[in-house]
Design a protein around this ligand. Structure first.
Ligand SMILES: Cc1cc2nc3c(=O)[nH]c(=O)nc-3n(C[C@H](O)[C@H](O)[C@H](O)COP(=O)(O)OP(=O)(O)OC[C@H]3O[C@@H](n4cnc5c(N)ncnc54)[C@H](O)[C@@H]3O)c2cc1C
Length: 408
């Protein structure tokens, strides 16, 4: 049972085949389904939404993620739909003074895989297109999990239907039902920040932003990341992070106006402001939460991946990338262990320390990126401006070279 369009040769077939149910058809759940089907498992996905979709925004995919997607056969699709990143530029908030510039070509070269920015709906479409239509069951919200006396899991859907499986994977995002039902809930931690996301058609954006460059303006208590996305680079994607300590906790996304967004950056860079002028209503904003790293992700026959087990602030652009790594690591462990429970134990032993480190560093960047002008900000800028690129690349090896295939 193989996906039609993918070259899946890095994953060898395992025997016996498992019946695996994935809860959630986001980037993590879809990648897991593809990787596990490539090993011969019978996989289905239940997704609560009535269609597979992602918010209309961008995502940066670093080499640790693109390496896996390329191994799964998505190289041509990434090249067609993604924008290869050449550079990332950190700029001062008010006047565009360059703090530092890093070559993403060198990152790609050194770590052996491209750095892309992508339009999320196109990434989801690419992943979903390689799965037969009957793999994904839409409009199917999982509401509970039951276990029989042998710990065999059974998922209950909102309409009362029950689906049993050898293994259930909770890829159901930060509010994960699978997590809270199997290992208990972990309280969310609010960063005090929210992110506005917007897309601007490329011909409405300042020409200097329509390049293969990620622009990142850093200022007091806020920052903005801008990069081109979409097949042919047809949009500029903006992620604008601002403080919002009074966010209503019961709702994590909210609609706002373009004017509200612009007000936050009234005295910022003229280039940035002219890009913000092209933003139209409605604009959406996300309250930025994470959770403390969890001690365990698994029972004997269930586990978690992606935001369900390691939600993180987006300040290293690694949430989706780590869900892709989880998928590959889980497939590798199921290949190497006859016993599901042993595979799940090894999977979490490998993944928890790695993702916990990224959760912690992403949280730290909430301070580092948002320094007020003054001695700390000047020290940060000088350190970044004077660091040797080769040394910096070496320090990123743990992140960008992490390869779940090597874990087995
Ligand atoms: C502002 C911002 C910018 C970001 N930028 C980047 C970036 O540049 N690079 C990067 O790698 N990451 C980035 N991230 C993080 C990234 O978006 C997430 O980590 C990633 O999308 C998580 O994928 P997932 O598949 O684990 O979960 P999700 O995308 O949340 O998918 C979960 C799926 O499960 C479904 N579901 C939920 N509950 C149920 C249920 N009970 N039954 C059935 N289905 C259910 C949902 O409908 C959804 O489809 C960013 C995040 C934010 C907020």
């Amino acid at each position: 049972m193989r996906c039609s369009s993918a070259n899946l040769s890095i994953f060898r077939s395992s025997d016996p085949m498992l019946r695996i149910l994935v809860v959630g058809g986001g980037i993590g759940g879809l990648t897991a389904a593809v990787a596990l089907r490539a090993d011969g498992h019978e996989v289905s996905i239940v997704e609560q939404a009535i269609q597979l979709r992602e918010i209309g925004a961008g995502v940066q995919l670093s080499p640790n993620a693109t390496r896996i997607l390329i191994h799964l056969g998505y190289g041509p699709g990434l090249e067609r739909l993604g924008v290869r990143q050449a550079t990332v530029r950190f700029l001062r908030w008010r006047d565009d003074t360059m703090i530092c510039e890093q070559s993403r070509e060198k990152v790609s070269e050194r770590f052996g895989s491209p750095y892309y920015t992508m339009y999320r709906p196109e990434l989801i479409e690419l992943l979903a297109a390689s799965l037969p239509a009957d793999v994904v069951r839409l409009g199917a919200a999982a509401t509970n999990i039951h276990f029989d006396q042998n710990q065999r899991p059974e998922i209950e859907l909102a309409d009362g239907q029950l689906i049993d499986a050898d293994l259930v994977i909770g890829a159901d995002g930060t509010h994960s039902m699978v997590r809270s039902t199997t290992i208990g809930n972990a309280p969310a931690r609010f960063s005090g920040m929210c992110a506005y996301r917007a897309l601007v058609p490329i011909d409405m954006a300042p020409p200097s932003l329509a390049t293969q460059t990620v622009h990142c303006w850093l200022g007091p208590e806020r920052h903005v990341v801008v990069y081109p996305v979409g097949q042919g680079g047809r949009f500029v994607n903006l992620v604008c992070v601002v403080p919002d300590p009074d966010w209503p906790h019961e709702s994590w996304t909210d609609q706002a106006s373009a004017d509200q967004l612009r007000d936050h950056f009234a005295d910022w860079s003229p280039i940035l402001r002219s890009c913000l002028d092209a933003v139209t209503d409605p604009v959406f904003r996300w309250a930025l939460y994470d959770r403390e790293p969890l001690a365990t992700w698994s029972t004997q026959s269930t586990t978690l991946l992606g935001d369900a087990c390691h939600p993180m602030l987006p300040f290293m652009a690694q949430g989706a990338a780590q869900s892709i790594e989880d998928a590959a690591a889980l497939a590798a462990q199921l290949r190497d262990h006859d016993n599901v429970a042993d595979a799940l134990t090894r999977y979490q032993q490998i993944r928890i320390p790695h993702t916990a480190k990224i959760q912690r560093l992403s949280w730290t960047n909430n301070t580092v990126f948002h320094l007020h002008d003054g001695p700390d900000q000047r020290r940060r800028d000088t350190a970044w401006a004077t660091r040797d690129n080769d040394t910096w690349l070496q320090t990123q090896e743990w992140l960008y070279k992490n390869d779940p295939k090597a874990f087995s």
